[in-house]
Design a protein around this ligand. Structure first.
Ligand code: ADE
Length: 226
């Protein structure tokens, strides 16, 4: 999986992918991640301007279409021979869920476009963007953190990235339910014991307890998932 990220703030991504599962996925060649500064595609050599006032007089600034068109075209050229999906991160997009993450993980490459300011010119959305994605009903300062969330969630599903020890199969949402509670040692902590069934060694009973707990928690917290 190749992630090609278009942003005004490439340095925001430096720490995000420098540790843990994503770093290992990159080091082992399962995914490749590159960031590209949209400002480098400005036609304004002196000031590298990439934004402008919206027609209609609304407050705030928009990303201009020409630098974005050039940045997306250059990303497509970098990914020649692949079939990248251009994904624009915006609170007005489809709400990201594990089903969409699975769809994205099935692609060979993703171009993630991060907006800033009040958004981007609609002609870019209409002519260059394949999918608009939101990570929740709240407004962030830009698409960078949402793009990091997409890279993380998708990378976990790339075959080979997670070993058995850290399998996606026990993640919340994998089975369509929230995950059951988990316990580790000590067996008694501050007077509270681990549920009896988990130390019974009875595999079928443990599985059934976990399934029941998943159902209970999902019913209570996220009945919309059932
Ligand atoms: N940009 C700003 N807020 C966002 C959100 N909630 N999801 C995706 N992109 C965004």
């Amino acid at each position: 999986m190749i992630f090609d990220i278009l942003t005004l703030f490439p340095s925001m991504f430096e720490g995000a992918f420098a540790d843990s599962i994503i770093k290992k996925a990159v080091d082992n060649g399962f995914v490749s991640i590159s960031t590209h500064n949209i400002r480098d595609y400005s036609d304004d050599v002196r000031h590298k301007t990439v934004d402008d006032y919206p027609y209609g007089g609304d407050a705030g600034m928009l990303l201009k279409p020409e630098p974005l068109a050039r940045a997306i075209t250059a990303a497509r050229e970098r990914l020649a021979g692949k079939t990248p999906l251009v994904v624009f991160m915006t609170p007005a997009g489809r709400l990201l869920n594990q089903g969409i993450v699975k769809e994205l993980a099935a692609r060979d490459s993703l171009i993630l476009l991060c907006g800033r300011y009040k958004g981007i010119d609609q002609r870019i959305t209409d002519q260059y963007v394949d999918m608009e994605l939101s990570i929740g009903d709240y407004v962030l300062s830009g698409g960078e953190i949402p793009a990091m969330a997409v890279v993380d969630a998708v990378t976990r599903l790339v075959p080979g990235v997670l070993g058995n020890m850290d399998s996606a199969e026990t993640d919340s949402f994998h089975s369509g339910l929230l995950s059951h509670p988990q316990y580790t040692r000590p067996e008694v902590f501050e007077g509270v014991s681990v549920p009896e069934v988990l130390i019974s060694g009875h595999h079928a009973n443990i599985k059934e307890w976990q399934r029941q707990k998943s159902l209970e928690i999902t019913k209570e917290r996220r009945p919309d998932l059932l």
